[in-house]
Ligand binder design. Structure first.
Ligand SMILES: [Zn+2]
Ligand SMILES: [Zn+2]
Length: 143
């Protein structure tokens, strides 16, 4: 069992950019943000992201092809970490992403594959819809 390794400078810069924005960012959004810290090539961003996903600091939002800093502490408990399911509620209007830990769903989804012999390593559920503030804005407009 390896302790969470120290992040490299590039990894720390990428993580900081994601944490500061608090939103899902594409690798190119991140690159724009970290240029000042000496990261010039997309491959450097991708490499840092790959490592940060392994350590559980960052999640990938497949449907947006974007990345978001983990909002929870599950990376600190790696054994029960990202083999758990993670759900993201993604607003189609403003692009806001909130992370919802769903340990129960993980068990249910795990059970579905139970007899097939398939071993689930990672479960990511992406919910598309409209966040509360956007619904309010739309409600206000409709009046
Ligand atoms: Zn997370
Ligand atoms: Zn929204």
């Amino acid at each position: 069992m390896i302790e969470t390794p120290k992040l490299t400078t590039n990894q720390a810069s990428v993580l900081e950019a994601l944490e500061k924005s608090g939103r899902a960012m594409t690798a190119y959004d991140i690159l724009d943000d970290v240029r000042e810290s000496g990261i010039r090539a997309p491959v450097q961003v991708y490499r840092a992201l790959e490592r940060l996903m392994e350590t559980g600091h960052v999640h990938r939002i497949e449907s947006m092809n974007a990345f978001i800093a983990c909002a929870h502490s599950h990376q600190k408990d790696h054994d029960h970490g990202h083999s758990e399911a993670v759900a993201f509620a993604i607003c189609d209007d403003c692009g806001d992403v909130s992370e919802i830990p769903v340990p129960k769903a993980a068990k249910t989804i795990g059970a579905i594959t139970g007899d097939s012999g398939f071993v689930t390593e990672r479960t990511v559920v992406e919910l598309r819809g409209h966040c509360a503030p956007c619904q309010e804005r739309q409600g206000a407009r409709a009046k």
